[in-house]
Design a protein around this ligand. Structure first.
Ligand SMILES: Cc1cc2nc3c(=O)[nH]c(=O)nc-3n(C[C@H](O)[C@H](O)[C@H](O)COP(=O)(O)OP(=O)(O)OC[C@H]3O[C@@H](n4cnc5c(N)ncnc54)[C@H](O)[C@@H]3O)c2cc1C
Length: 465
């Protein structure tokens, strides 16, 4: 494949989501790069922060979720909204869309993301059953809540089925809408991928104190309609049941790989367009990035690795010699922060409570590790405020270790509190005991185990080798 974009190269991106946005940003960062990019998205919006969708449930204006528009204001890019690519013809190097348009490409980038999955049981598509993947989904839930509570003339009962951080956040959002909410999952402990048993118990207690019922070790076997046809109850494997006027599934995602599959590209049996370490697929003119892709048998479900793939694909087309370093398959869901203890090595109960409070406010997840406490799930834009809270609670003394200027947006981590900025390449934790006062924060920019970001704070593509 001729990787380097040239004036004759027409780059077509399918999907206008978070990976596509980062790809366009990186590809067009240099104003002298001579390329033409067409991005076709099937939502009626430009790229937006999907990870903040729960906030739309809570009433936030969806317009506020839109990602930085600058990249799409560039003359070299064309964004086509509300059309869907239905078919790829790899031999002719064209795609055909729902609007019956045909677009030619030299390089095609598949950035089609994922479908949100539903439990495969009877009733999973009854009116009142939802997933949360798009702005439309969030708006439909709000509308349903409004209409249904008016029809029933009482506060609604709701259930969120499936674990993971989005599931808990969704349960809290439903609760905040005044719905009597039950969170249902099969594993015994909350967030088993993210929390150890102690932290999971703390999280459960916090939810229950709020008024959310937590039902673990529960497998949903069927959803029942009322006489109007709308969902009214869930049945479980143990024979018990739960009333619910609204159900939201947050059980996970499945890569949207159907276009690639139909075009004869190699697709993983468990889903995802198989890519090499530079996002290339089995067709030399087609790349795949983000949740649609499958690297080394794994597909991702978080922003950080999706962005890394987007950066990689752009770097590849710009002729940079870079490759993916892999990710561990778990969902980092943001920027990890590790609080490690000082010379004593112990975390005091008061510190734990303070951490719990901060975690609750910022909706980050505490995990106690051998090295201290890790707070996962912070978004870059939260970094400054979170940092200030940690300082105010006396949990950190201002030393930031393992920081990476490329991860936190410039200016987000205040230099005056952080004391010094670590070497941008220094992701290794400071050895325990080197601090003299209190815990050390390690980590804006451990790059979420997603492989290192290839872009420095300048946005310039760097070769990590
Ligand atoms: C409720 C929720 C909460 C989340 N919370 C977090 C979080 O806290 N932290 C985190 O890291 N991640 C979170 N995520 C995951 C994160 O949003 C995704 O990992 C990220 O959006 C993946 O980017 P992507 O570009 O691969 O896919 P997407 O952002 O989904 O973009 C894909 C786009 O392609 C479009 N498309 C698909 N097929 C076609 C076609 N044939 N033609 C045209 N367009 C098409 C889709 O409609 C979509 O607009 C969350 C996701 C959800 C849904």
């Amino acid at each position: 494949m001729n990787d380097t974009a040239s004036p004759t190269n027409e780059i077509l991106v399918v999907g206008a989501g978070m990976a596509a946005h980062r790809f366009v940003e990186c590809l067009l960062h240099d104003p002298s790069t001579d390329v033409r990019v067409t991005v076709i998205g099937d939502e009626g919006h430009g790229p937006y922060d999907r990870s903040a969708l729960v906030e739309v449930l809570a009433g936030r204006d969806p317009a506020e979720l839109q990602l930085e528009r600058a990249a799409f204001g560039d003359d070299r890019v064309r964004l086509i909204r509300d059309d869907r690519v239905l078919r790829i013809d790899p031999a002719a190097r064209t795609v055909r869309t729902r609007a019956r348009r045909t677009y030619a490409y030299d390089t095609l980038v598949l950035a089609t993301g994922s479908f949100a999955a539903r439990v495969a049981v009877d009733g999973a598509r009854l009116p009142g059953c939802f997933v949360l993947r798009t702005i439309e989904d969030a708006e439909s839930v709000r509308e349903f809540v409004h209409t249904r509570s008016r029809i029933l003339g009482r506060p609604l009962r709701g259930a969120v089925i499936g674990g993971g951080p989005p599931g808990l956040a969704t349960a809290e959002a439903l609760h905040d809408l005044g719905i009597d909410t039950t969170f249902v999952q099969h594993p015994e402990h909350l967030l088993p991928a993210e929390l150890d048993q102690t932290a999971a118990t703390v999280r459960r207690i916090a939810l229950e104190e709020k008024g959310i019922t937590v039902r673990t070790r529960a497998r949903t076997t069927r959803l029942d309609p009322d006489e109007s046809g709308a969902v009214t109850a869930l049945e479980f494997q143990d024979g018990s049941f739960q009333r619910a006027d609204i159900v939201i599934f947050t059980i996970g995602v499945h890569p949207r790989d159907e276009l690639a599959r139909n075009a004869g590209l190699e697709v993983h049996p468990r889903g995802g367009v198989i890519v090499d370490d530079r996002c290339g697929t089995s067709d030399e003119n087609i790349l795949a990035i983000g949740e649609a892709a499958c690297f080394e048998g794994r597909h991702i479900d978080a922003v950080a690795p999706a962005r890394v793939m987007a950066e990689l694909a752009a770097a590849r087309l710009l002729g940079k010699d870079v490759s993916h370093r892999g990710h561990d398959g778990s969902a980092p869901h943001g920027i990890p922060v590790v609080l490690s203890t000082g010379a004593g090595g112990e975390i005091a109960p008061g510190q734990l409570m303070a951490i719990g409070r901060i975690a609750e406010v910022f909706r980050v997840r505490p995990r106690i590790t051998g090295a201290g406490v890790e707070l996962r799930g912070a978004r870059p834009e939260q970094s400054s405020a979170l940092w200030e809270q940690l300082v105010a609670a006396g949990l950190v003394d201002g030393a930031l270790v393992g920081a990476d200027a490329g991860e936190a947006p410039p200016g987000q981590v205040p230099r005056d509190v952080q004391g010094r900025r670590a070497d941008a390449s220094g992701t290794a934790p400071r050895p325990r005991g080197q601090t003299t006062r209190g815990p050390v924060v390690r980590g804006w920019g451990e790059r979420a185990r997603a492989g290192e970001s290839l872009l420095g704070s300048s946005g310039r593509v760097e070769n990590p080798a």
